[in-house]
Design a protein around this ligand. Sequence first.
Ligand SMILES: Cc1ncc(COP(=O)(O)O)c(C=O)c1O
Length: 358
Amino acid sequence: MKIPFADPLLGDEELNNVIDAVKSTWIGALGKYLGQFEKDFSGYLGSKHASTVTNGTVAIHAALLALGIKPGDEVIVPDMTFVATANAAAFIGAKVVLADVEKDTWNIDPKEVAKKITKKTKAIIPVHLYGHPADMDPIMELARKNGLFVVEDCAEAAGAEYKGRKVGTIGDIGCFSFHASKLITTGEGGMCVTGRKELWEKIEHLKNHAMDEKRRYWHDMIGYNYRMTNIQAAIGVAQLRKLDRIIEKKRRIAGKYMDFLEGVGDIRFPAEKEWAKNVFWFFSMLSSKKDAIEIALKNRGIETRPFFWPMHELPMFRSSEKFPVSSMLHREGISLPSSALLEEGHIREVCRVIKSVF
Ligand SMILES: Cc1ncc(COP(=O)(O)O)c(C=O)c1O
């Protein structure tokens, strides 16, 4: 039985938009779907401005550049995240300062952030890991008190909500990824959203080689080519219309996993705080038997994913400091097949194999 791990939900809507984009000959970084995707996406989130970019990594890089982060500035990121969060700060030459995460939400712990703030700190990047929002109120409060910027890494959490607000609309800039495994996809792709026009203008400027809009081939700084193509945006427009349906499906999948695995061994499930809407990008869980579960599923051809390596273990960000929670998550965390294409039979089969391990 082939069990889809993260396969995207694609159909005629995406195909028809792509055909339309190709027929129009606008297949590069201009064309009607780009503006439409930005308008639809900001409308969906309740944000004022959105700017499409090449991927989620450069979305964070562009956000930090727009906020004026400079070499030597300190940027606080969670120790448990995908490496792109930390890399984006490192691209600038900023110092990556790691903070441990919470045991239940697996997201950056505001108490740990508070300990890491120095005179050089300029920004915090909370990550909404695996679809559960980070606890934004205390993070925003720390930022306000210390004059820091907040860039939300929403790569894994499009549509997730914190106290009724969509993630990405709470900090200064929200950054999204549309990589093929994400809730919605454009193959590769990303988006920055912000409520502040001047930040949006800066991102638009620097993603297009920092070219002056009125004076062609005049560049007032070193810019980047971080533009999305009209073909990608054409897919994005169709995908966004499915996002709520995909989230509903992901939540149902998570509910089934938790029903079928309730009380099995020492398995612990992801949280959904009373203030949160978790979009369960990947259904991820913890168990001391993670390695055995991974092998048993692999032996039946079922794909899983380990949690990320903690940033402090990677050569670029190595630190001898202890990060007990993120280390435990890395040891015990595993993500199960979570594609919106999953059927109940698939989930039952995955759970049957997991139960056989205990
Ligand atoms: C938490 C997190 N941040 C950033 C990224 C980077 O996004 P992309 O792959 O689109 O560059 C990803 C996903 O890949 C991610 O999971």
